[in-house]
Design a protein around this ligand. Structure first.
Ligand code: COA
Length: 260
């Protein structure tokens, strides 16, 4: 598929997806959301891609939110569809990918931008990043999973305050809150994420996919995470990666995982 609003690049087991609407601070319009769905899907299906990094183009923004100009005159039904469809095709989709996704938050991550970063498996921010869910300042609430994931990541009280005030926190506060795992300079951000990605890519992709399912199970209604862990743990014993990982350890050599 040809993309107009995003760029994708593959190198050394890592696919980097860059949201590329710098003049609109990479705001997520519907076309961008659809393109992101396809780019994430392609990267997830690509056997050579072990880790996906998502970032924003330019020095100012990761993503400054959903594109406000697109939904300003929506009806109740259209608003509900916007949220439901976005959650399905992008935010829940990314969270449940088998391939690890790192958000490289290189500037403003507001509204849908922070929601996208929170749907990723973890986040690294540059020191100029500013994060928030300012939707109530527009008379609406976060609709791409923000009310749920922010509370999961930083706790209910902090999420309530950030959402109610429509405020922004800087990278160091986000680090203190556990919203991001690391803070780097803007120059070092992608290289830092690539270093973590390379470390991840040396491990069993089959086991990592199972770990993602098991960790996510804790946040799904009606799913027993401990039970999911037992099932996923058991399934690992039937994989070629497990045979290779254990043999390599016993033979005192580095594992070369087939990814099956
Ligand atoms: N939707 C649509 N367009 C957006 C946007 C969004 N969420 N965020 C920024 N833009 C556009 C601006 O309209 C402007 O376009 P223009 O040059 O054609 O007028 C361009 O991006 C640059 O933004 P600007 O506001 O001039 O930059 P700034 O440095 O003065 O302010 C922000 C930066 C992030 C503080 C400001 O853009 C902002 O508040 N954006 C909206 C954030 C928001 O509410 N997001 C949640 C949406 S639900």
């Amino acid at each position: 598929m040809n993309f107009n609003n995003i760029l994708t690049e593959y190198y050394g087991g890592i696919t980097t997806i860059t949201i590329n609407r710098p003049n609109k601070l990479n705001a997520l319009n519907q076309d961008t959301i659809n393109e992101l769905h396809h780019a994430f899907k392609e990267a997830d299906l690509d056997e050579d891609t072990k880790v996906i990094i998502v970032t924003g183009s330019g020095e100012k923004a990761f993503v400054a939110g959903a594109d406000i100009s697109e939904f300003a005159d929506y009806s109740v039904e259209e608003g509900e569809y916007l949220s439901a469809n976005g959650q399905k095709v992008l935010f829940n989709f990314v969270e449940n990918l088998s391939t690890p996704v790192i958000a490289a938050v290189n500037g403003f991550a507001l509204g849908g931008g922070l929601e996208l970063a929170m749907a990723c498996h973890f986040r690294v921010a540059s020191d100029n990043a500013k994060m928030g869910l300012p939707e109530v300042s527009l008379g609406v609430i976060p609709g791409y999973g923000g009310t749920q994931r922010l509370a999961q990541l930083v706790g209910k009280g902090r999420a309530m305050e950030l959402i109610m005030t429509a405020g922004m926190i800087d990278a160091n506060k986000a680090l203190q809150f556990g919203l991001v795992n690391h803070v780097t300079t803007q120059n070092e951000l992608l290289a830092f994420c690539e270093k973590i990605a390379t470390k991840i890519s040396q491990n069993s992709s089959v086991a990592i996919a199972a770990a993602i399912r098991a960790v996510n199970a804790n946040f799904q209604d009606g799913v027993d995470g401990f039970n999911m862990e037992i099932k996923e743990f058991g399934k690992c014993f039937g994989t070629e990666d497990f045979a290779e990982g254990t043999s390599a350890f016993l033979e005192k050599r580095k594992a070369d995982f087939p990814g099956r």
